[in-house]
Design a protein around this ligand. Structure first.
Ligand code: C2E
Ligand code: CA
Ligand code: CA
Ligand code: CA
Length: 279
């Protein structure tokens, strides 16, 4: 019995060592990626569903790994959240997105709003307001061209603290949206006090919209809810003409997805930008 106990113990420590090793390797890799500037932003355009005008662009991170090539965020963002490295990584994302948005303006394109994804850790650690306003100032970018995508996970934190931060961002004219809306924790009571500009309807409700009447019921109520609160709605993961037509009919204002465009590297996304009208 003593032996099997020891074996069990050994089994678990070996397993834990592998996980710990893997995590350590990833942590080192991420630190090196930051240092050696291996992260890169891709940009996915967002459109008004009625006028087909470009309304914004979401910045999505990728890791350009020297050996493994382009790594998608699902492979490293969850680990960065665990190690806390999402804080400096997110800071890099915001800085780079601001720099790029300003560069487009300087190249003569009409200003476009760039949306960035924030982690709930940004709200827990340090001064997120100071960090973001500082980066906007550093790049001389007006906050109206920055959209902050929050996840419903932040609502698990101290409500008054989050409300204060959100109010301050609003006062400073940042755009705020709730990402992956409908999959998380937001209660209706919370939304009532939480004056964001936009709800991003999660792609999981769009995927089977043509055939799933429950998804239709869900998107319908999200859109009506948003209307009642004077918020806009954007559907993510929009892939087909039929989804577009349903969303249009239901009164969803904006959309983003492969139907319009994949997330693109800077060089390719400029074709969606408009030239600024002359002076
Ligand atoms: P998300 O914020 O929900 O971003 C949308 C994801 O859906 C992106 O995946 C995008 O490429 C993908 N997508 C866009 N259109 C379609 C479509 O029509 N069909 C389908 N099936 N997918 C579509 P991506 O770029 O792999 O990012 C995955 C997640 O990683 C993001 O989900 C976001 O949660 C996270 N992420 C990405 N960049 C950042 C970042 O800079 N910071 C943080 N904290 N998280 C990020
Ligand atoms: Ca997002
Ligand atoms: Ca999303
Ligand atoms: Ca999503």
């Amino acid at each position: 019995a003593k032996d099997s106990g020891r074996n069990t113990y050994r089994f678990y420590t070996d397993k834990m060592n592998i996980d710990a090793m893997e995590r350590l390797r990833m942590r080192n890799g991420l630190a090196e990626a930051l240092l050696k500037q291996q992260f890169v932003l891709y940009y996915q355009p967002q459109f008004d569903l009625h006028s087909a005008e470009l309304v914004g662009i979401e910045a999505l991170i990728r890791w350009n790994h020297p050996e493994k090539g382009l790594i998608l965020p699902d492979k490293f963002i969850p680990i960065a959240e665990q190690t806390g490295q999402i804080v400096p990584i997110g800071e890099w994302v915001i800085s780079e997105a601001c720099r790029q948005a300003k560069a487009w303006q300087q190249q003569g394109y009409a200003p476009v709003r760039v949306a960035v994804n924030l982690s709930s850790l940004h709200f827990k650690r340090g001064d997120v307001i100071k960090m973001i306003t500082g980066l906007a100032q550093e790049h001389d970018l007006d906050p109206q061209y920055i959209e902050l995508e929050l996840t419903e996970a932040i609502m698990l934190q101290d409500v008054d603290h989050i409300l204060d931060i959100v109010k301050t961002f609003k006062t400073l004219h940042f755009t705020l949206s709730i990402d992956d809306f409908g999959t998380g924790y937001s209660s209706l009571a919370f939304l009532k006090r939480f004056r964001v500009d936009k709800l991003k309807i999660d792609g999981s409700f769009i995927r089977n919209l043509e055939v799933d009447t429950h998804d239709l019921a869900i998107i319908r109520s999200i859109i009506q809810l948003a209307k009642g609160f004077n918020m806009r709605t954007i559907a993510e993961g929009l892939e087909t003409q039929e989804q577009l037509e349903i969303l249009r009919r239901e009164g969803c204002q904006e959309g983003q997805g492969y139907f319009f465009s994949y997330p693109l590297p800077v060089k390719q996304v400029v074709k969606y930008l408009h030239v600024a009208p002359g002076p």
